[in-house]
Ligand binder design. Sequence first.
Ligand code: OGA
Ligand code: NI
Length: 332
Amino acid sequence: MENHTKDSTMKVSSLNCIDLANDDLHLSVVSLKQACLDCGFFYVINHGINEEFMEDVFEQSKKFFALPLEEKMKVLRNEKHRGYTPVLDEKLDPKNQVNGDHKEGYYIGIEVPKDDPHWDKPFYGPNPWPDADVLPGWRETMEKYHQEALRVSKAIARLLALALDLDVEYFDRTEMLGKPIATMRLLRYQGISDPSKGIYACGAHSDFGMMTLLATDGVMGLQICKDKNATPHKWVYVPPIKGAFIVNLGDMLERWSNGFFKSTLHRVLGNGQERYSIPFFVEPNHDCLVECLPTCKSESELPKYPPIKCSIYLAQRYKDTHAELSIYHQET
Ligand code: OGA
Ligand code: NI
């Protein structure tokens, strides 16, 4: 368990800020590259998603979590990783956490109907939706947000490609973000964390996939640790900026780039205030072979990781961090 010394000052990180409306592409790429080499966390502004719409998405999210548990359990997550995840369902840092994360969530993936030839892929399928009579307009709002966040992710991926000396459209290919796995997750955090007792709103982890776009409300809570090898870990807060996404790179991109770009440890501490956030997890196609990018290897820099299929890698990471679904179906 973490040896926690109470600190009266709140340490805050400053991150690079990428302006998607900036015409100076070179400047954006230089700033992005620096962030990716340094810590893999940055802000993104002027992404074209309107603030009023964002407020709507958060309002709808609040309405869902405010429903009685019984109603939420009707859309409990399924084997395709969609639907409601109860409090403690996920445990991101088993070494330091006594229980699971003090958060509940709702996963929404790409809607693939049962008559689609790809519907049986592990991260595709139909989404469960709360009853439209209970939450009118909910599905439409979430589907619109999913579309918009995917558009922003693709714009960021073009800058990432340039920062990696790849062709600007490199990640747009069908086997990558042309037909991606993209999952949004509504989250509600409650309670007070206490690292000295192993209680966390969200345990320390790095994200599994390519990148994550995080929208948060104004409540502080997210912390990053830039050097995972330091002992003890040094944690700094990432303050929310209104209208900005906090974007971070995931382990799959660290692997893809041969460790050149960083995925960084992060966690959430609860301070007793309710906190809502919406991460949007972006990964390439199920069948994408994640192997060292052509620009990240040389005669003196050989690939450090064996190639692995995206869906196999992701499935393993979900299995390692989520409770077995069978615990919710046991007869009492
Ligand atoms: C995550 C995560 C941070 C937050 O869900 O992977 O790191 O602020 N979330 O909710
Ligand atoms: Ni995360």
